[in-house]
Design a protein around this ligand. Structure first.
Ligand code: SF4
Ligand code: SF4
Length: 426
């Protein structure tokens, strides 16, 4: 496409190319999988869960959990983690599921240790808050010691430069105005079908660093395009392959897809400065980065990509083949992504600790037995069915009212309200 647009121009290219496929394959730490394990016998409200000794987030319903790609193993540290568990599941390998619970009347079980496979799960939904960066800053290191970073191993005295991203093959570089990539766009995610569900976290279109939030069924994915990995002395990550088709709807889109590595500039940061505002050594193009060396001062410094250019191309080719075979159909976005805005640094306000606002029950007015807070009440009606004295009443509009004078102080209602909207004098 790059060559064609140069040769015949963007207007003519529209008639010759229907779709440009793009691809990227690199470390995408903001990745993970929502899982539903199904209910055990007896059932259990899992409060903590581990998969192969890697803890998953359990601040959700009884047998749902989110396994984050960067979570390290409690046994093997960063040599094995969430990204590796995800790859093992996709490979069809058995995984040890261990869970703890405090036990409730409806979920009495307190512990569990079983073997599961991907096919056993009700759902395994890859849900990645930030993938597919438009481009990445490159990295070098001015200090006298080797640094181990998320940009890989950086040799002392600017002995090397690392970079990431697919440059001219990068999906968001080929549609920087986000005209065809938006909410609902069907994509190739980990070799399976996925969707763009929104802009990614730290989405920063004003600075040319847009990102995507994506989702897809893990069960359709392939370990060829999903790899758990460890960045030495940094942590666990997941290499994710993403391919996005860009329909060539007009000359502007054709022009955008003709972008070349030499036109894509990115800052080369000095990771030797331990600050979020790292000094920029110089601007470099992806063409220079991919050439094998960049010039820093008088030196030719070797470069290396931490993402895979070969895999990115394979993804773009795979997507092309799937489209040509009619197995992958394109969708238009149902809603656009933000095309303006900049990711901001953290606001670090001084604090001595912010007190928690507990949902305490309402006070009971003098001479009354029961108090009902309309501010708290969500009008569910639980109390109406429990009160034998008919204190609570639901009107035709669904509003709950309280006739306090009827209360016999039996206490049945007081612990039933989930919103702490009822107090009883007992
Ligand atoms: S149980 Fe609580 S929230 Fe529900 S209707 Fe009664 S007071 Fe309102
Ligand atoms: S204490 Fe008993 S009688 Fe009074 S409102 Fe609650 S359920 Fe009704």
């Amino acid at each position: 496409m790059k060559q064609l647009v140069q040769e015949v121009g963007p207007e003519q290219s529209v008639y010759e190319v229907d779709v440009v496929t793009t691809g990227t394959f690199g470390a995408m730490c903001s990745s993970g999988v929502w899982m539903n394990f199904g209910h055990s016998e007896p059932p259990m409200k899992m409060s903590r869960v581990w998969l192969n000794d890697v803890e998953a987030y359990k601040g959700v319903a009884a047998v749902d959990a989110y396994l984050g790609a960067t979570q390290p193993s409690e046994v093997y540290g960063i040599e094995y983690g969430g990204g590796h568990v995800i790859e093992d599941l996709v490979r069809g390998r058995p995984v040890h599921l261990r869970a703890e619970a405090y036990g409730t009347d409806c979920y009495p079980r307190r512990d569990l240790s079983v073997e599961i496979r991907l096919e056993d799960l009700n759902q395994a939904t890859m849900s990645n808050p930030r993938n597919c960066y438009q481009r990445y800053g490159a990295a070098t290191n001015s200090t006298g010691r080797t640094l181990y970073t998320y940009m890989g191993k950086l040799l002392p005295h600017m002995g090397n430069v690392t970079f990431s991203g697919a440059g001219e093959l990068s999906p968001l570089m080929n549609d920087p105005s986000l005209r065809t990539i938006g909410i609902g766009t069907r994509i190739l995610l980990g070799g399976g079908v996925g969707y763009v569900v929104g802009n990614g976290t730290q989405h920063s279109p004003d600075t040319g660093f847009s990102t995507l939030m994506v989702q897809g069924d893990l069960r359709g994915m392939s370990s060829e395009f999903l790899r758990g990995a460890t960045m030495t002395k940094y942590g666990v990550t997941l290499f994710v392959g993403i391919g996005i088709p860009i329909p060539v709807l007009d000359a502007d889109i054709a022009r955008a897809t003709a972008i070349t590595d030499s036109e894509i500039l990115t800052p080369l940061f000095d990771y030797g400065v331990p600050s979020r505002s790292r000094p920029v050594v110089r601007q470099v193009s992806y063409a220079e980065l991919k050439s094998g060396s960049v010039q820093i001062g008088d030196e030719d410094v070797p470069t290396a990509s931490i993402s895979s250019q070969k895999m990115a191309l394979r993804i773009a080719d795979h997507l092309k083949a799937e489209i040509e075979a009619g197995r992958f159909l394109l969708t238009g976005p149902v809603s656009p992504l933000p095309t303006q805005g900049t990711s901001r640094p953290m606001t670090q306000r001084e604090t001595r600790g912010v007190p928690v606002t507990l949902r305490t029950r309402p006070s009971i007015p003098e001479g009354q037995s029961v108090s009902h807070s309309l501010e708290r009440c969500v009008h569910c009606g639980l109390c109406v069915s429990l009160c034998p004295a008919g204190v609570f009443h639901r009107d035709e509009q669904g509003d709950i009212s309280c006739e306090a004078s009827l209360c016999t102080e039996c206490g049945l209602c007081v612990d039933a309200c989930p919103h702490r909207a009822i107090s009883v004098r007992m």
